[in-house]
Design a binder for this molecule. Structure first.
Ligand SMILES: CC(C)(COP(=O)(O)OP(=O)(O)OC[C@H]1O[C@@H](n2cnc3c(N)ncnc32)[C@H](O)[C@@H]1OP(=O)(O)O)[C@@H](O)C(=O)NCCC(=O)NCCS
Length: 180
């Protein structure tokens, strides 16, 4: 693995915020992602864990990875993968599109705490991700979110199934599908 990632800068703002499409992950970004994802492990336990072993599953030419940086420092990321990658996981069978290769499942969406709910950081990252998926001709984006969250995704989003128990979370999670 190279030290530097191969990536394409998609957007930059005057305030030093940028979004990059990752093409080939380098050691520097990998270390920073692993560092930030410790917070995800705190929230989701092992399910939220990104580590050296499972990194190839999520960072390869079949998956979509965008990084958010503030003054060149990693502050967040969004990672989507074809639904079919999860075909051995029981939840994926509730999605009737499994096997159609038309759906990207959003596996990780993370913004460092101090950059949440302001500056449009999460909004911009998500917007760029959705536009990219559309350009790549995917029909749907899906994911698991805390119950009620997908209500804000607009009328082209529906709840496919509610999971009362989701990896030890104290609230049910909904599996949503959004038309791109
Ligand atoms: C999820 C997270 C990145 C959202 O960042 P935020 O700054 O709190 O986001 P905001 O509430 O300003 O919302 C920004 C946009 O993201 C959407 N959003 C919020 N949570 C989301 C989620 N879990 N999945 C997908 N979209 C989400 C909002 O609806 C909003 O969309 P809009 O631009 O269409 O209105 C952030 O809260 C976070 O890192 N949480 C901890 C990790 C986590 O729980 N990730 C989700 C599961 S992997």
């Amino acid at each position: 693995m190279n030290l530097k990632s191969k990536s394409k800068v998609i957007a930059t703002s005057a305030l030093g915020f940028s979004v990059e499409l990752l093409v080939d992950i380098g050691q520097e970004d990998l270390d920073n992602i692993l560092h930030l994802s410790k917070d995800l492990t705190k929230i989701f336990g092992e399910q939220g864990k990104l580590n050296e072993t499972n990194i190839p599953k999520y960072f390869n030419s079949n998956t979509i990875q965008f990084l958010a940086k503030k003054n060149s420092k990693l502050v967040g990321f969004i990672i989507g993968a074809p639904l079919e990658i999860f075909k051995r996981e029981s939840w994926s069978r509730y999605d009737t599109n499994l096997g159609q290769s038309n759906t990207i499942y959003t596996y990780f969406f993370y913004i460092e705490k101090k950059y949440r709910k302001k500056g449009g950081y999460a909004k911009t990252l998500k917007h760029i991700y959705l536009n990219y998926l559309k350009k790549k001709k995917y029909k749907y984006v899906t994911g698991h979110v805390k119950i009620g969250v997908s209500e804000n995704f607009g009328s082209n989003s529906e709840i496919v199934k509610i999971f009362q128990h989701w990896y030890g979370q104290n609230k049910p999670y909904e599996y949503y599908r959004r038309i791109l």
